[in-house]
Design a protein around this ligand. Structure first.
Ligand SMILES: Nc1nc2c(ncn2[C@@H]2O[C@H](COP(=O)(O)OP(=O)(O)OP(=O)(O)O)[C@@H](O)[C@H]2O)c(=O)[nH]1
Length: 392
């Protein structure tokens, strides 16, 4: 019994720690995988779909800038440094344009032929742009203007249309992607909440089970600490505690109480003749008889071996003597039946009442007095009740 309690608590503590550890790991795993998924979704959301739309928009701007620069240079009849600056500006815009068309070509998920066509149209535009610049550099402004009007403008319009259609598709895809990603984010949040709730519920259940186990263990330990294992009645420790409390109560309020010390007669002979198991049955039978004969407010405890104590609160000597005598007689007139054998046993009682003693009565004095009375009952032939300072 002594080793069961620490083992039980250790077992509960270890299981509690293990469950908490697994729960914490699970929680961290859910938390980090959910965070990673959310991070990835957010990154995809801002990098992938908008890359094409941004590139298409920039491409449109570059085209517009190139066209305006060519028109301006032609109308203003630019030459010298002004023309050189315009050429440099157009080159910069074209390299920007090239960068954007590469982005579109690598990320566009629509009709790829559209992109090839756009690239081909841009190449054609570069040739037209080269022809216009050549005319401008040689001062042929009218021819430059004509090339712009006949070849350049339609080409710009054509490319702008193509870019517009690429942009519209990319935007549509981006919008779809955004709403899809939002749904995914909502899904992650919902899942996270669901797992957290499940985990919390699991922890609650485990905690309740653990607390219940601890409570039961505690109650069991308490029961074994104050109960006699064989008979199920109060053990010596519990009985002495109650007897001492009753003495104090009697001293304080002057309430009467009686106490009997009981010993089963020739119990050694019963053991020797029928065996220890039958001896145990007799002890149990004795306790049953006491419990049925006494009031529920009375208490019976095993003081050791075949010796018992009976405490009768609020009972004076006269009443106690009547009850104990009835119990003695009942035991004397009954038998314990085991394996077809009928075992008859008797008991001797030493009875003490609080009214027979002084107010400063102690537990030791009361025990001594009851023990002496019991000794007298044995001496006078057993199977009798002996009252301290007088016999029935
Ligand atoms: N079966 C059983 N026997 C017990 C238990 N506890 C003590 N005993 C036995 O009870 C016997 C008590 O014997 P004694 O003290 O000589 O007393 P007795 O035979 O009852 O004689 P008197 O008290 O003089 O009438 C011993 O043999 C103990 O071994 C128990 O829990 N079960």
């Amino acid at each position: 019994m002594k080793t069961q309690r620490p083992n039980g608590i250790l077992y509960i503590l270890i299981s509690g720690f293990m469950i908490a550890f697994v729960g914490a790991l699970l929680f961290l795993w859910i938390f980090f995988s959910s965070m990673r998924a959310m991070h990835q979704t957010t990154r995809d959301l801002y990098e992938h779909p908008y890359a094409v739309t941004n590139a298409a928009l920039q491409l449109k701007t570059s085209l517009y800038q190139i066209r305006s620069s060519l028109l301006f240079a032609t109308l203003a009849q630019s030459k010298g440094q002004a023309l050189q600056d315009t050429i440099q500006f157009i080159r910069d815009q074209e390299s920007l344009l090239e960068k954007n068309i590469r982005i579109i070509a690598s990320s566009y998920s629509g009709d790829k032929q559209q992109i090839s066509k756009l690239q081909a149209e841009l190449q054609a535009l570069y040739h037209i742009r080269a022809a216009i610049l050549e005319k401008l550099q040689t001062g042929h402004y009218v021819e430059a203007d004509r090339i712009i009007e006949i070849n350049g403008s339609p080409k710009f319009v054509e490319i702008a249309k193509l870019t517009e259609s690429v942009l519209a598709f990319a935007q549509q895809r981006a919008n779809a992607y955004v709403s899809e990603s939002q749904k995914q984010l909502e899904g992650h949040t919902r899942k996270g909440l669901m797992y957290a709730t499940l985990l919390l519920t699991l922890f609650l259940i485990v905690s309740v089970v653990l607390v219940w186990r601890m409570y039961r263990l505690h109650a069991e330990v308490d029961k074994f600490a104050f109960t006699d294992f064989l008979t199920g009645i109060a053990n010596r420790r519990r009985f002495m505690f109650e007897l001492e409390s009753e003495i104090r109560r009697s001293q304080r309020y002057g309430s009467p109480f009686s106490f009997a010390m009981v010993d089963i007669d020739h119990f050694k002979k019963i053991n020797d003749r029928y065996g220890h198991l039958v001896g145990d049955l007799v002890l149990q039978n004795f306790c049953l008889k006491c419990v049925s004969a006494l009031r529920t407010s009375d208490m019976i405890g095993r003081l050791g071996g075949e010796e018992f104590g009976i405490l009768m609160p609020m009972t004076d000597l006269h009443e106690a003597a009547r009850v104990i005598e009835r119990l003695r007689s009942e035991i004397d007139h009954s038998v314990v039946t085991e394996n077809g054998q009928q075992i008859h046993y008797t008991a001797s009682f030493g009875l003490v009442a609080s009214s027979h003693h002084h107010l400063d009565l102690s537990l030791t004095q009361m025990m001594k007095s009851a023990d002496a009375a019991l000794y007298n009952a044995k001496q006078q032939g057993r199977n009798r009740v002996y009252i301290a300072n007088g016999s029935l």
